[in-house]
Design a protein around this ligand. Structure first.
Ligand code: SF4
Length: 579
């Protein structure tokens, strides 16, 4: 019998693997129950902070005919322990190997976790490539933001569930269970599941008969849909919400009650994938949000509430929610935070909100400080509004501000870095006229990546050399009060190549993983050289992929995923082309 205690004593933070946390669920492993391992391809601390994981975990466990357990990417020490003992990666709840489950479901939120998926399958005793899986192997499925371009992971995932899990996952499980009970073969099960709205089974599609340059996969199996439409929750008010959220046993990134107030975003920033793929906007009533927060507080005792949405200032009842929560939870020491507060005039109408953000810190995301760029990207934030908001904040006692920007949009402008520095200096000086009174402004800059389904999807990313030069320029403006950080350029180039990748990129991911790439989102493990080699050995070029532009009529690798939104201008931004 496995001595788990000894294993846990040999690794750092054993709480990552032990399970048994308050509100975790352990159901019996019965023959006719659909057993699902919910796999997050990153460490416990990150996965447990993710609201989507909490929703799916409890949603499945509420079903009589199914159970759901969790598994996270193990740390290097745990991976070594498993290898040393010839053990498979196991779930937290029953400590069973991944290969013992019926379905292993990955949540794909970030492209730089792709190699972790391969590692987890391998460690869990499951063939990494779908085509090699035996008849009785678990179905490997995936959902999350990255599934809106599923092709780069198409060789490893049997079925993608695209869209809102609350709507799709229960139907998927019920259908799977009924097909299994009928004795359907693996291929038959997948072909039937592919007919559910939001399900994409890559093995039933191909590009073999396409004209040159057409990268959109087409059905190669009769009866499956030509385009896949994401499943959508129609009414957020009545949608499932887990109030008995797991209370983690080790400190996680966001240890808080996560209350989603709105799904989708009414703004139309042209670069924004989250806004583009999560349509239409759906809201929860302030009454329901208050219920959710109070019940979750009673079930967890967590002392922080985050009101989550893509753009909370657009939620029509924000002040009501904050006022209501302050009254419901008075004297309990519960803090409220609103992470995605976009600056606009509404900011001034919400004194309750201002008092809330005081505690959490003030963050603005103007994305650019150049008027021409802002117009082109549809981010219509007036710098004067930002200045007024910052001045107001400083008057109310804030000492520092965070500003988020992107550089390298497909717009021809000079000195966008200087524009950012000028705006940061201006904001800093608003706190007081004497240099010593200036506010600290932390500026975070990311290279722009043209994401699938956005207005810029046919554009290329800037080259590595251009971005390195932008980084050099940007960092030269750092000063005592203006602290500037610039995201790792190599990681951004890789993210660009993967997010815009076609079916062939699966082979690159496989090769990179074989050569040792893993935990690519972690700078201490990321090795760009390995990826360059992997692209080369598959006859591809990493920068050709991140930077490639698609002709207006070329079939996109994600052309078969229809998010239901077609901007008149989406394929017509070439006036700003600069590569
Ligand atoms: S406001 Fe934010 S979430 Fe909404 S579309 Fe713009 S960038 Fe996206």
């Amino acid at each position: 019998m496995t001595d788990f205690r000894e294993i846990f004593l040999n690794v750092q933070k054993p709480g990552r693997y032990i399970g048994g946390e308050i509100n975790s669920v352990k159901k019996p492993f019965l023959e006719d129950t659909v057993k699902i391992a919910l796999a997050y391809p990153d460490m416990y601390e990150i996965g447990m902070s993710y609201l989507g994981l909490k929703i799916v975990y409890h949603l499945v466990n509420e079903m009589d005919e199914a159970l759901c357990e969790r598994v996270f990417m193990p740390g290097r020490d745990m991976a070594e322990e498993l290898a040393k003992r010839n053990m498979k990666l196991f779930s937290l709840e029953s400590r069973r190997a991944l290969s013992e489950f019926d379905i292993v479901g990955f949540s794909l939120a970030y492209e730089l976790t792709y190699t972790n998926v391969l590692s987890m399958l391998d460690m869990g005793g499951i063939e990494v490539r779908s085509e090699n899986r035996a008849e009785d192997a678990p179905l490997v499925i995936a959902g999350g933001t990255c599934s809106y371009n599923p092709e780069p992971m198409s060789a490893f995932i049997d079925a993608f569930l695209i869209g809102d899990a609350e709507e799709l996952f229960p139907k998927f499980i019920t259908e799977y269970r009924s097909l299994r009970a009928k004795g359907a073969a693996r291929k038959e099960i997948l072909a039937e599941l592919a007919c559910l709205e939001g399900v994409y089974v890559p093995s039933l599609y191909g590009t073999g008969d396409n004209a040159p340059g057409d990268l959109t996969p087409r059905p190669v199996h009769p009866g499956v849909p030509e385009v896949i439409r994401p499943a959508r929750v129609k009414d957020l008010e009545t949608a499932f919400y887990p109030v008995k959220q797991i209370v983690p046993s080790v400190k996680i990134v966001h240890d808080r009650i996560a209350a989603e107030i709105m799904r989708g975003c009414p703004n139309r920033c042209r670069f924004c994938q989250a806004g583009a793929v999560n349509r239409p906007v759906r809201i929860r009533s302030h009454k329901r949000i208050r219920e959710i927060c109070s019940e979750t507080y009673r079930a967890t005792g967590l002392e922080s509430i985050a009101l989550l949405s893509l753009s909370s200032v657009n939620y029509p009842y924000l002040a009501d929610v904050v006022r209501g929560l302050n009254s419901d939870l008075e004297g309990k020491g519960v803090g409220i935070s609103i992470p995605s507060l976009r600056v606009d005039e509404k900011f001034y109408e919400l004194p309750e909100v201002i008092s809330v953000i005081r505690k959490a810190g003030l963050t603005f995301a103007p994305e650019s400080a150049n008027a021409e760029v802002m117009k082109a990207i549809g981010k219509d934030m007036d710098p004067e509004v930002l200045a007024r908001a910052a001045r107001l904040a400083f008057e109310k006692g804030w000492r520092s501000v965070k500003l988020y920007f992107m550089v390298g949009f497909p717009v021809d402008v000079e000195d966008e870095e200087k524009d950012i520095a000028d705006l940061a200096r201006r904001v800093s000086s608003l706190r007081g006229s004497r240099p010593r009174d200036a506010a600290e402004v932390r500026v975070s800059v990311n290279p722009f990546i043209p994401k699938p389904h956005t207005d810029f999807q046919r554009h290329g990313m800037k080259s590595r050399a251009q971005l390195i030069e932008k980084k050099r320029k940007m960092l030269s403006f750092s000063g005592k009060k203006i602290k500037i950080s610039f995201h790792d350029v190599n990681q951004s180039i890789l993210e660009g190549a993967l997010t815009r990748g076609d079916r062939g990129v699966s082979e690159v991911i496989f090769t990179a993983w074989k050569k040792g790439a893993v935990m690519d989102g972690w700078s201490e493990f990321f090795n760009y050289g390995v990826w360059e080699e992997a692209f080369k050995s598959e006859g591809r070029d990493i920068e050709q992929l991140s930077g490639r532009c698609f002709e207006p009529d070329a079939g996109l690798p994600w052309g078969h995923i229809d998010c239901g939104f077609h901007s008149a201008s989406s394929d017509n931004v070439s006036a700003h082309e600069d590569r």
